[in-house]
Design a binder for this molecule. Structure first.
Ligand SMILES: Cc1ncc(COP(=O)(O)O)c(C=O)c1O
Length: 441
């Protein structure tokens, strides 16, 4: 083994603490284990304890840790090339652009690569401005999350107001854009207490009013996650998204799907196809590079794309290694991975719904493919934030890594890699129940 790697791998806990003093982090919920190595859905900490990872590391590892097929591509392609500047063509980029377009909704054929989810949102915003004039403002949904770069931060609820409290991003408000917000059609505990269909109608009516009277000029674009993930795994109703599409057409604005969390995970390559909606732009990030850094936007044929005069230029927007892995992952999607994710996701979702009978504090289980959220609430549907946080902490002790979400952080996310098998799902269900029991009794 390389001597430097050997030195890193053999560091003691004391040395790790010493190194940690040199780190400066701007986010991420720490307090979990220090990770050492992983395989499949499992990861080991530096003390040798193993965990099933239901976060897939910020939902990026759809194929799990150290997937053999991806590792083979990494080995072979990295001995050929790794970094190429955006200005140089290479076979991998051509190939991946064509493969993504093949899977995308009809009429979406041009791909532009970039360096992360936030930058992908910003790239989409640039395309929207180029194509929709006169316009100044973008529209996003209540509770959405679209990134923490200065361009995308204002679109995310974290940077504005959450439950009456200001969070990190609010320190930079003078530097971020002001986004116009529209209500999100939450189907569980909507704020007006009306039934779901009525609430969807109200949200759409409000959106129409806001397009008409709340925006200067035309809205440049509406940015929407088909499943609002950080907001608490809120699966937006098909009817809502389809009618939102029609509203965007009527007001000559663009519909921008943020598929940074839905790509592959719902058991379809693109959520747009599942929801029966062709957006104008799709943004990709997180899992698109099969665990390696990559992001992209795909734009509709009717749009004017980027001009090659530094409108959108990044040193690392042409990572051929990530692109080769992304192409391999697409092949694996078509060869059983998506189908397995759909089946195992349903199995996990059903198992979690059964737990609701024993624990009424599990207010809602929302599942589409392997995109699963478990909401904790009391009998009046008040969020049980403290309990959800404790369950996550106890989960670590029980060898289970869960994500947290929801504006009130009372949703636990169960989103393991799509290659999980039934025995591993059973293990998640057992460990989840043990953790719930320990906290709720
Ligand atoms: C839906 C969504 N959009 C955008 C982003 C931002 O992506 P990145 O962290 O790669 O900038 C995230 C990240 O959590 C996300 O969940």
């Amino acid at each position: 083994m390389d001597k430097m790697l050997e030195r890193i791998y053999s560091m003691t806990n004391r040395e790790l603490e010493e190194c940690a003093a040199h780190l400066s982090l701007g986010g991420g919920t720490r307090g979990g284990p220090v990770l050492d190595h992983g395989k499949g859905v499992r990861v080991w900490d530096v003390n040798g304890k193993d965990y099933i990872d239901c976060t897939s590391q910020s939902w990026a590892l759809l194929l799990g840790y150290c997937n053999e097929d991806i590792n083979q591509v990494i080995r072979e392609h990295s001995s050929n090339m790794t970094h190429i500047h955006q200005g140089f063509d290479n076979k991998v980029r051509f190939y991946l652009a064509r493969e993504l377009a093949k899977h995308a909704p009809e009429g979406m054929n041009r791909v532009s690569f970039t360096v992360g989810g936030g930058p992908a949102i910003e790239a989409a915003m640039k395309i929207a401005f180029k194509n929709v004039q006169p316009s100044r403002e973008f529209v996003t949904l209540f509770d959405s999350y679209h990134g923490s770069t200065l361009g995308s931060m204002g679109a995310s609820w974290i940077s504005t107001k959450s439950v009456g409290k200001f969070f990190g991003g609010s320190r930079f408000l003078p530097l971020t854009r002001a986004f116009v917000r529209i209500p999100n059609p939450v189907t569980y505990r909507n704020p007006l207490g009306v039934d779901t269909e009525e609430y969807i109608d109200i949200c759409l009516k409000m959106t129409r009013e806001i397009f008409q009277r709340g925006v200067a000029g035309k809205p440049a674009g509406v940015i929407v996650e088909p499943i609002q993930a950080s907001a608490g795994q809120l699966i937006l109703p098909k009817r809502y998204l389809q009618e939102l599409r029609a509203l965007c057409d009527e007001f000559e604005t663009l519909l921008i799907f943020d598929e940074i969390q839905t790509y592959g995970r719902i058991g379809e390559t693109f959520a747009a196809n599942y929801f029966g909606v062709t957006p104008d732009i799709i943004c990709l990030g997180k899992s698109v590079g099969a665990g390696l850094p990559l992001a992209a936007i795909i734009i509709h044929d009717k749009l004017e794309g980027f001009s090659p005069d530094s409108e959108e230029l990044h040193t690392f927007a042409n990572p051929t290694l990530s692109m080769a892995c992304a192409a391999k992952q697409l092949e694996l999607f078509d060869n059983g991975v998506l189908e397995n994710g759909r089946n195992m996701g349903k199995y996990l979702g059903d198992g979690l719904k059964k737990l609701q009978e024993k624990y009424p504090q599990i207010g809602d289980v929302r599942q589409l493919g392997m995109h699963i959220g478990v909401e904790f609430a009391d009998e009046k549907l008040n969020p049980m934030t403290e309990e959800a946080t404790k369950i996550r902490t106890v989960g670590f002790k029980n060898g289970l890594i869960l994500g947290t979400g929801g504006v009130r952080k009372n949703v636990l996310k169960v989103k393991p890699p799509m290659i999980i098998n039934q025995a591993e799902c059973d293990e998640i269900l057992e460990k989840f129940e043990a953790s719930v029991k320990e906290v709720l009794g």
